[in-house]
Design a protein around this ligand. Structure first.
Ligand code: GDP
Ligand code: MN
Length: 397
């Protein structure tokens, strides 16, 4: 589960990580009130207005703007709220912005030029340890830095039994070229950042940029926080931060039905049992000249009610031109599944408006094929993988 920037910053702040302060607003008037409050609290007279959507690269898409007066706060917030923000990380349609973060301007002039750094905390699956990845090249796309100047990316692995040690925090501050107060601030920053990561059971923190202000403070200007879904049961307060508007409506509904569904862009809907077979089925569809419209693992039970729920979910995607059912009858017998499919199909009536190819293999596959062939329904059956692929190809042609 991902958090909005403002939620991620609140989480960090609760662990003592210094952040660029801000207040979330749902409309232009709230944005002006937020800006006034920030001026009282921080003395800032300029503000940045930041679109709150689950996508990075907002700055490039016009979703982060500096306001130098309350009139500008009102104008910019009014523009950003309600817009469909397109960034390098969204689809071409973009993401609808429902709220903005009004934040203090922290790039004020002073003794030094403000300097941006990159920092993330994540799991190194190779070593089974958390690591802090950081770079002097903040503010830009880290993938580009990794490609063009990999020597400017550093990593620090953390021993889970000790947590981050003082010398490691100092090494990070040193590698970032800091000295004096900024050095001390950075050791405190990474230490509390790491603590926040572990104690919130997060799977990714990405702070880009971490800023050294002109007066040597170190703070998080952006925050991407991904929480580990498997640990959410012990963080009810964080689980409550979920924003369903940011997620695919079909995926949310499928999740409620207990179906493991991922929405994709293609034209062939898939209904499969088992994640591995689902992946293989998606490959098969590609080979047949189609594109999978979704990943759907119905799991161990494939009775009529579940099959019908899965069909209805798949058909909500208007791009679907055919459905391929690919079920292996190991624990569940193929004839039971076939009965479920026939029953679900009949229940759906006119709602079932695309051709269906059913491939059942395993226990009682022959009986299942007979059941489908004799059902009188417009369902094509197959027992071999290739046969199913050929039939998909035929209906798409
Ligand atoms: P992202 O584009 O989605 O990664 O959003 P960020 O929160 O990283 O903001 C994008 C950029 O906006 C930053 O890299 C900064 O250059 C700029 N920015 C953010 N906060 C401020 C601020 O307080 N003042 C100024 N002048 N620029 C800011
Ligand atoms: Mn950023």
């Amino acid at each position: 589960m991902n958090l909005h920037e403002y939620q991620g910053k609140e989480l960090l702040s609760s662990f003592g990580v210094r952040i660029q302060r801000g207040i979330v607003a749902q409309n232009a008037d709230e944005a002006v009130a937020a800006a006034k409050k920030l001026t009282e609290d921080t003395g800032t007279s300029w503000h940045v207005i930041k679109a709150q959507v689950h996508a990075g690269g907002r700055g490039k898409g016009g979703g982060v703007k500096l306001a130098k007066s309350l009139d500008q706060v009102k104008e910019i917030a009014g523009q950003i709220i309600g817009m469909d923000l397109v960034t390098p990380q969204t689809s071409a349609e973009g993401k609808r912005v429902h709220q903005v973060l009004v934040a203090e301007d922290v790039y004020y002039p002073g003794a030094n030029e403000p300097k941006e750094y990159y920092m993330s905390v994540l799991l190194n699956r190779g070593t089974g340890r958390n690591m802090i990845m950081y770079s002097t090249e903040g503010g830009m796309d880290i993938e580009t830095v990794a490609e063009e100047t990999p020597e400017l990316i550093f990593t620090e692995e953390i021993d889970p039994s000790t947590g981050i040690l003082a010398f490691q925090a100092r090494r990070i501050a040193f590698n970032l070229g800091l000295s004096g107060m900024a050095f001390k601030e950075m050791t405190k920053f990474v230490t509390s950042l790491y603590k926040a990561y572990v104690e919130s059971d997060s799977s990714l923190f990405e702070i880009n940029p971490v800023l050294r202000t002109s007066d040597d403070k170190i703070m998080a200007v952006d925050a991407k926080v991904s929480l580990d879904d498997n640990a959410l049961y012990r963080h009810k307060d964080l689980a409550a931060l979920r924003d369903l508007r940011e997620e695919s409506a079909i995926e949310v509904e499928a999740g409620e039905l207990g179906l493991n569904y991922v929405d994709l862009e293609g034209n062939v809907g898939c209904m499969v049992n088992g994640a591995g077979l689902a992946m293989a089925t998606m490959d098969l569809i590609k080979q047949a000249g189609g594109e999978p419209a979704n990943f759907l693992d119905v799991g161990g039970t494939a009775d009529a009610a579940r099959v019908e729920a899965a069909f209805r979910i798949i058909l909500k995607d208007k791009g679907v031109k055919a459905i391929l059912v690919n079920i292996f009858g190991g624990i569940v017998r193929c004839d039971r599944v076939a009965q479920g499919i026939v029953e679900a199909y009949k229940n759906m009536g006119d709602a079932m408006n695309v051709p269906i190819i059913v491939r059942l293999q395993g226990t009682n596959a022959d009986i299942a094929k007979e059941l489908i062939d004799n059902s009188g329904l417009d369902v094509m059956s197959a027992t071999e993988f290739q046969e199913a692929a050929d039939k998909v190809q035929a209906v798409l042609a």
